[in-house]
Each structure stands twice: as C-alpha cells, then as structure tokens.
Design a protein around this ligand. Sequence first.
Ligand SMILES: Cc1cc2nc3c(=O)[nH]c(=O)nc-3n(C[C@H](O)[C@H](O)[C@H](O)COP(=O)(O)O)c2cc1C
Length: 169
Amino acid sequence: MKISVINGSPRKENTTFMVEAFRQGAEAAGHTVEEIRVGKLKIGGCLACEYCHGDGNGQCVQKDDWEKVRPAFTESDMVVFASPIYYFAMTAQIQAAIQRMYCIMKPNATKAALLLSSMSPDVYAGAIGTYKGILGFTGIEDMGIITAKDPENSSEELKQQIIEFASKL
Ligand SMILES: Cc1cc2nc3c(=O)[nH]c(=O)nc-3n(C[C@H](O)[C@H](O)[C@H](O)COP(=O)(O)O)c2cc1C
C-alpha cells in the first residue's frame, strides 16, 4: 500500500516520534510511507468561494502549500492523520489541510488511521470526532486510533505498540 502520513506538528518531537514508529512498522511490512509535514506549511483556510466546484474544476483559487498535500489525498491507498492536541483539537495547520480537501471532496484512499499526542489525558474527543466525521462522510475505513500523552508519547513501549500496529496493516 502507498501510505501518506499528514503530520500536523510544527516540530519534530512527540508526534514525529509516533510517525517514525509507524513508518518503521509499515515499511517493514512492505508498504511505502510518505510524510507530509504540514505543521510548517502555509495553508490558508477554505474561502468557500466555490471556485473549485465551478471554473476551477477541482483546483483551488488559493495558490499555496495545499498543493503539496493534494497527492496525499488523491494518490495514496491510506491516509494517516498525525497531530499534537492544541486546545482540544488537531493543530490549525492540519485542520486547514483537511478542510481544503473541499476542492476534491473525498480522498481516493480507502483506509485511514489517527495518531495523537498530548500533554494531558482525556483531551482527544474533539480530534477523534473530526476524524470519525471525515470517515463517515467519505466511507474510508478506520484502521486504528492511537493516542499518547506525555511522557508515554516518547516511550519505547509506545514505539513498539505503533510498530506492531503498522506492521499488521
Ligand atoms: C498551542 C498549544 C496548545 C496545546 N494544547 C493542549 C491541550 O489542549 N491539551 C493537551 O493535553 N496538550 C496541549 N498541548 C501540548 C501538546 O499537545 C503536547 O506537548 C504534544 O505532545 C506536542 O506534540 P509535538 O511534540 O509533536 O509537537 C498544547 C501545546 C501547544 C503548543
């Protein structure tokens, strides 16, 4: 499978630790993994101008870094959303990337997973609600949700858990 990981963190710490473990397991199982680090990309929010559904024919009126994300939605078999929790949600950057999917409406991927990192426990409902909403809307199959708070989000135990999860996809 071709797997795209959309990483919403602007830094290479806990979420990226989880993504690297995912990559290790998935690649060992023969999958290809491409990570798109949207945390530092410049992706504007959807303007709801409907250009993409009219004259734009699937293209967005905004010419920004979303074009770097588009292939993750149009060319992969599986999309993994990976993000720190910021104020009980995924980061603004990954949410912008998700909402700009409006110009293609639905990804071609048929499978998805969610990796979330936080400081506190029990802060995942908002992000999981968004993820499950997207899956319900698109018909994409959920392969799993892994959440980890500090300090477990950089532990060897978590690494092994994610490697095992990814190697069984
Ligand atoms: C702007 C901001 C908002 C945050 N909001 C929350 C929060 O609501 N709940 C929480 O548990 N952690 C929160 N955190 C902590 C991060 O989710 C946590 O440190 C996470 O592991 C960071 O992942 P990273 O190392 O991949 O950036 C916040 C951090 C930042 C910078």
